[in-house]
Design a protein around this ligand. Structure first.
Ligand SMILES: CC(C)(COP(=O)(O)OP(=O)(O)OC[C@H]1O[C@@H](n2cnc3c(N)ncnc32)[C@H](O)[C@@H]1OP(=O)(O)O)[C@@H](O)C(=O)NCCC(=O)NCCS
Length: 194
């Protein structure tokens, strides 16, 4: 450990974290438009465009204060440096409209669907730490199956970071996810039997 590589700690987000989330998201041009609302707003196009920016911010922070947002936050000392969004599939109505993610989900399936690691903190395992925290919390909270949508990637291909916001294949593979049988774009992990 040194000042350039402080230890990273992750924990689930709480309704008191509006300030930390605002600090993290406001520093990035996409996050301060999306506010992790992409999968929560049912439609794209004009509907989504009308939500971009302040409307998304207000809705997301309200949901967070109401305890209706689940996610993991990563910290370097006290500084928020990463985010991973998850929750029951039903929280994300836009999933059902996606043509490439057509898939028959089992009951109690939860979705892990967005990552953000702040610029300057990438490629040092923070998304992996966030995913571990999200998987643990989701299974503890009742998920039986987790699904994810890693960005399509050729072997060894370096993805443009902004296009990898649903995570990478290696990220999920190392956490025990596998492509589902009905749609290889949807990767799944089942809760271990007790
Ligand atoms: C994609 C992203 C989450 C990865 O986070 P990260 O902390 O750098 O990821 P990790 O260091 O934990 O890497 C996990 C695995 O993914 C791989 N990986 C990470 N970034 C990658 C990239 N750009 N291309 C290919 N593979 C990548 C790593 O090599 C690692 O695999 P390995 O263990 O076999 O080496 C990060 O780049 C990011 O936040 N991008 C911006 C996404 C965004 O715009 N989100 C906001 C949406 S509103």
């Amino acid at each position: 450990m040194n000042n350039r590589n402080p230890p990273i700690a992750c924990r689930p987000v709480t309704p008191d974290d509006t300030g930390l989330i605002t600090q993290l998201f406001s520093a990035n041009s996409v996050c301060r438009g999306c506010w992790c609302m992409h999968w929560r707003v049912e439609k794209g196009g004009k509907t989504w465009n009308a939500c971009w920016g302040d409307p998304n911010r207000r809705t997301f922070l309200k949901l967070l204060r109401q305890g209706r947002v689940q996610g993991a936050l990563a910290f370097a000392k006290d500084k928020p440096v990463g985010w991973c969004n998850f929750g029951p599939r039903e929280d994300f109505p836009r999933l059902k409209r996606s043509r490439v993610l057509i898939y028959k989900a089992a009951p109690s399936t939860w979705s892990i669907n967005c990552f953000f690691v702040a610029a300057g903190w990438r490629k040092r395992g923070i998304a992996s730490a966030l995913l571990n925290s999200a998987v643990k919390a989701a299974f503890e909270r009742g998920a039986r199956v987790l699904e994810a949508y890693p960005t399509p990637q050729k072997p060894e291909q370096n993805l443009v970071a902004a296009f990898a916001w649903t995570g990478t294949r290696t990220l999920f593979k190392k956490a025990g996810f596998k492509p589902s049988v009905d749609n290889e774009r949807v990767w799944v992990k089942r809760r271990a039997k007790a």
